[in-house]
Ligand binder design. Structure first.
Ligand code: HEM
Length: 353
């Protein structure tokens, strides 16, 4: 691979313009060739440009897949990336297949039939519509939401202090979702649904990180067996932000979302030095992606569930990424199993659509 300029987020934005330019030129040659039928070079040029365009789309597709795993997204751009990615797949299949068809029809001489030639030209123009729509989604990510642009801060919005700290549980957010910064340990018990044995929840000092004090955080100690805790607020899509410290805990901690009941939910779990992303269907686990992940000290976790796309980040870096069936509407919470105490600084959940 050639060296990337240090300001470039990845190679995708550097090459996306190539298939767009080449494929539009190919369609132009096709259309002019319908008028100037005797000019054989127009036919040949269109075929060669469509083949070149197919190769360029393939490179764009694979660099896009890699780009999606390297960028951190502001909340509003999550759904856009999902759509852009789905459209990118269709573009790849379309122009990959179209290049093959053009080679076959050219070398077998079938293209000399005017009707077939006209049909191919029209099909190519239709493909350009799909390409334009895909590129527009990509450009909107960059120019509206600054994806891959260095100056953007995509961290969770600061959680407003609760109006009544004594009553404070999760605060509902305008536009859907909720946020919670623990100020009273008992609020956890009062406001959350708890299934299983939660031995204790207590407020403790969060210690220091990077020279700054974290303030009070919630310590969650499970009893025997797993305990699942969630806020009763069903959502179809979700971006979950939370800060956790697992230094005094030995076991597994799951972010659960799209939770219908304790047997059926999607999750991102931190366990055995790994992060795993998957779902539980009637208690059976299905894993979509697994990556090594050392969870020592405080980390900012972000889990995104957007219909069929699931991503999990640690400190702004994507760790796991998977795809599955459309996740049902469900609640968001934590499922903890093990020995010791999990420290939770805050949790914020917003829909991504
Ligand atoms: C194959 C057809 C595709 C085309 C024509 C395309 C086109 C584009 C365009 C025009 C942009 C905006 C670039 C800019 O303005 O600088 C973009 C950005 C982006 N695209 Fe694609 N794309 C394709 C496939 C994909 C796929 C399959 C994915 C991921 C699954 C993807 C992920 C991204 C991401 C993350 C960005 C934001 C900029 C970055 O950091 O790279 N693209 N794309």
């Amino acid at each position: 691979m050639f060296p990337l300029p240090e300001w470039a987020p990845n190679v995708h934005p550097l090459i996306v313009h190539f298939p767009i330019g080449v494929l539009f030129t190919a369609a132009l040659f096709d259309l002019v060739g319908l008028v100037l039928r005797e000019q054989a070079f127009l036919r040949r040029a269109a075929m060669m440009l469509y083949v070149l365009g197919g190769v360029a789309v393939t490179a764009t597709y694979f660099t896009g897949e890699a780009a999606a795993d390297s960028v951190f997204l502001p909340t509003e751009a999550n759904a856009l990336l999902t759509e852009h990615s789905d459209l990118g797949h269709y573009v790849f299949y379309f122009f990959g297949g179209f290049a093959v068809i053009r080679i076959i029809t050219f070398f077998t001489g079938l293209e000399r039939m005017f009707l077939l030639r006209a049909a191919l030209a029209v099909l190519g123009v239709a493909g350009l519509g799909l390409l334009t729509y895909t590129a527009e989604h990509g450009a909107e990510m960059v120019f509206r939401y600054g994806v891959g642009v260095q100056a953007v801060d995509s961290g969770p919005a600061p959680i407003a202090p609760p109006s009544d700290p004594m009553a404070a549980g999760p605060q509902l957010i305008d536009g859907g979702g909720w946020a919670w910064k623990p100020t009273r340990a008992a609020a956890w018990q009062e406001h959350m649904v708890i299934e299983g044995d939660l031995s204790s929840s207590s407020l403790r000092g969060g210690g220091e990180q990077d020279g700054a004090r974290r303030g009070d955080v919630l310590g969650l100690t499970p009893g025997t067996g797993p305990v699942t805790v969630w806020f009763d607020h069903a959502m179809e899509t979700a971006q979950i932000d939370a800060a956790l410290n697992l230094d005094n805990f030995n076991g597994s901690v799951m972010f659960v979302h799209n939770l219908v009941d304790v047997q059926n939910y999607h999750f991102t779990v931190l366990t055995d030095g790994e992060m795993r992303l998957g779902s539980s269907e009637n208690g059976d686990f299905y894993i979509m992606d697994t990556k090594p992940m050392a969870a020592s000290s405080w980390h900012a976790y972000r889990v995104v569930s957007d219909r069929t796309h699931f991503r999990a980040y640690v400190d702004g870096k994507l760790i796991t990424h998977g795809h599955g069936d459309t996740a049902p509407s469900g609640h968001v919470g934590l499922r903890i199993s093990g020995v010791g105490t999990v420290l939770l600084d805050f949790m914020q959940v917003v829909p991504v659509r």
